[in-house]
Ligand binder design. Structure first.
Ligand SMILES: [Zn+2]
Length: 258
């Protein structure tokens, strides 16, 4: 504890108190919570493959439909990073606070499944997940295991065993709508929350980026744990800058043990 600067220590205490005093605490997470697990944020510069292709130009529904080989070639390194990744202390801290009844829901923009693997139960993956694939021809859904290995190893495009059309990972691409049921649940949880904790998201991708403001307008308290400024900084009760994998466990310890 001695190493943690005084301001940060004070903010950790404030955040923990806000969480303890809340009845419906909802978390919103983005890429920044998974970077300590080795999954690059594709908006941050300097991460190899991510620089060669602009995700806005490759991770789109049109590219998937008309140039699936281009899409799958782009997706391969991300899928590999995700498959090798393990939950980090930030994911685990959120799962602990859910288990102890201090947080109710995790809404995540991430497709890596790490919140669930860390033990969080009520996870809303509003940008989908890599765990399943759906055939674009017959709409049959499959578990990714069994398809992911030949794809990662040989670049084999996953095909439907029934109709042989292309299988699409159940992730939300640019030009695509969010999964309706999950998104409505997320909106509902935000409508009812009295505390929102945003972590690892620069709040740039709509419509998810709008959720914290909706919470604040309804009177919820707001905690931000981020590297970079966001458009809701002025409305936050407390802002913590630094490594989420260090900060969140310190908050969780204070929330749970007092
Ligand atoms: Zn099919």
């Amino acid at each position: 504890m001695g190493k943690v600067a005084a301001t940060l220590q004070k903010n950790i205490t404030t955040a923990a108190t806000l969480i303890r005093n809340s009845n419906q605490g909802v978390v919103l997470t983005g890429a920044g919570i998974s970077t300590p697990s080795g999954i690059p944020d594709f908006r941050s510069a300097g991460s190899g493959l991510w620089n060669r292709f602009d995700p806005h130009e490759v991770a789109t529904l049109s590219v998937f439909r008309y140039q699936p080989e281009k899409f799958f070639a782009w997706m391969r390194s991300l899928a590999l990073d995700i498959l090798q990744a393990l939950p980090n202390p930030a994911h685990l801290a959120l799962a602990q606070m859910e288990k102890s009844g201090q947080l109710t829901t995790v809404i995540t923009q991430n497709i890596d499944g790490l919140h669930t693997r860390a033990g969080s139960k009520n996870v809303l993956e509003v940008h989908g997940s890599l765990q399943t694939l759906t055939c674009i021809g017959c709409y049959q859904q499959y578990d990714s295991s069994g398809f992911i290995e030949p794809y990662l190893e040989f670049g084999e495009i996953p095909r439907c065993p029934e109709c042989h059309d292309t299988l699409k990972p159940d992730v939300v691409l640019y030009e695509e709508q969010l999964p309706a049921r999950t998104w409505l649940k997320a909106r509902h949880s935000v409508t009812n929350c009295d505390l929102m904790l945003v972590t690892g998201s620069s709040l740039e991708v709509m419509p998810v980026a709008g959720l914290p403001m909706q919470a604040v307008e309804r009177g919820a308290r707001l905690i931000l744990i981020n590297d970079s400024p966001t458009y809701v900084d002025e409305r936050a009760d407390v802002i913590l800058r630094g490594n989420v994998a260090e900060i969140l466990p310190l908050i969780a310890a204070k929330v749970i043990d007092g």
